[in-house]
Design a protein around this ligand. Structure first.
Ligand SMILES: *[C@@H]1O[C@H](CO)[C@@H](O)[C@H](O)[C@H]1NC(C)=O
Ligand SMILES: [Zn+2]
Length: 384
């Protein structure tokens, strides 16, 4: 199913995103995180479960865990840093460094500049300075690990899909060149620093990394006549994960403007729950609690301040995956690996993965052998 009608909805005005629902067999081809989310020796999550206050060795070690992960397993993703410094209420006048890591994968034919729109997947990797030794497993070590899992789980399918599109475009120049242009969609993982306040949350003591990045990208202009004017404008959707990993979560839909995207993800969740053997929890209600909400329903005013704020203030569309209420371990020493519900962490990873795979139009390209799947799909398309 192609949701072309989406183009008429507010919030998705500028691009021709082809959002394709995954078939049941494709849902089963999505890889599960398995033991890589083990809190003691799992490849993805364990290295993040340590204090990582900005400017400390723990922060550096976690940052290099991310860099190593992409370098070792996902060499096609382009890594960039966006660094800034700021004093904080506890730094005694000293400049604290904040380092955002951006991992980007664009179609091979794109210039990587103003011609590609991107789905941005976002979480903060810093941890709160107090209480001393605070781990922040839900806040946001687990969401970071989920994003690493998503990146590695779509990588081969992206390669296969883009290769198939290029091949087809060579065969039937006109139609497929158009198709290439219409599908100039990339994906980007933003691992942000300095989300937490050092003392008390204020507009200046919080969101250090996000504020620096939003400002820089708002002022990074693409060449004249580009489809997207700035790096900030290239973000089709800013999908922010935070405070995920405690059992029985509830995530409402916060913004009318992106409720369409929330509903797409809610549909992914319900299909994953119906598919046998993918999801590990049987919660009392879906994690995404407001899939049925509509214009006429009650919309809570205001929202939770988080890394999306400086982006939303500049007009970026935001889908905020944060639990309400917050996990009961929030900002306490109990927010550690042992208090995570790993089945819930795994299920969140699958929900986000399913949504991203649909957004990136990967139907027909998932599976161990992406190339074969891709050829099968191309065959189908050639018959149309
Ligand atoms: C940003 O910080 C990272 C990590 O410390 C460092 O490797 C990188 O060289 C810095 N980049 C710039 C442009 O200063
Ligand atoms: Zn926090």
């Amino acid at each position: 199913m192609k949701l072309a009608a989406l183009l008429l909805l507010p919030g998705l005005l500028r691009s021709t995103i082809a959002y394709t629902t995954l078939s049941d067999s494709s849902l089963h081809l999505l890889s599960t995180p398995g033991s890589d989310f083990d809190i003691n020796n799992g490849k993805l999550l364990a290295p993040i479960l340590r204090p990582r206050v900005p400017g400390t060795p723990g922060s550096e070690a976690v940052l290099f865990h991310f860099v190593d992960f992409f370098a070792a397993h996902l060499p096609a993703w382009k890594l960039t840093f966006q660094n800034s410094t700021s004093t904080t209420p506890t730094s005694g006048g000293a400049q604290v460094p904040f380092r955002n890591l951006i991992a980007t994968r664009d179609p091979p034919w794109s210039s990587g500049g103003g011609d590609v729109g991107r789905l941005a997947l976002v979480a903060h990797y810093d941890s709160k300075i107090e209480p001393a030794g605070f781990i922040g497993a839900t806040d946001s070590a687990a969401p970071c690990a989920m994003l690493l899992h998503v990146a590695r789980s779509i990588d081969a399918a992206l390669t296969a899909k883009w290769a198939a599109m290029e091949t087809s475009s060579q065969q039937a120049a006109e139609k497929w060149t158009e198709d290439l242009e219409d599908n100039n969609q990339g994906v980007q993982i933003l691992l942000l620093d300095g989300e937490e306040a050092f003392k008390v949350w204020t507009h200046t003591d919080s969101l250090y990394g996000a504020r620096a990045l939003a400002e820089e990208w708002d002022n990074t202009y693409h060449p004249a006549l580009s489809t997207y004017r700035t790096s900030l404008a290239s973000i089709d959707l800013f999908l922010l994960l935070d405070l995920l990993g405690a059992a029985e979560p509830s995530v409402p839909s916060y913004f009318k403007t992106t409720h369409w995207a929330y509903r797409l993800m809610s549909s992914v969740e319900s299909r994953l729950r119906k598919a046998h053997g993918i999801m590990k929890t049987t919660p009392r209600h879906p994690f995404l609690t407001e899939g049925d909400k509509n214009e006429m329903s009650r919309w809570v005013g205001g929202y939770i301040e988080d890394d999306h704020v400086p982006f939303m203030a500049r007009g970026v569309d935001v889908l905020h995956l944060i639990t309400s209420p917050f996990p009961h371990v929030w900002h306490t020493m109990m927010d550690d690996g042992e208090h995570l519900d790993l089945n819930t962490v795994s299920d969140w990873a699958m929900i986000v993965l399913g949504f991203v795979a649909e957004w990136m139009d990967l139907e027909g390209f998932l599976g161990a052998d992406g190339e074969v799947a891709g050829r099968a799909r191309k065959g189908v398309r050639d018959e149309l």
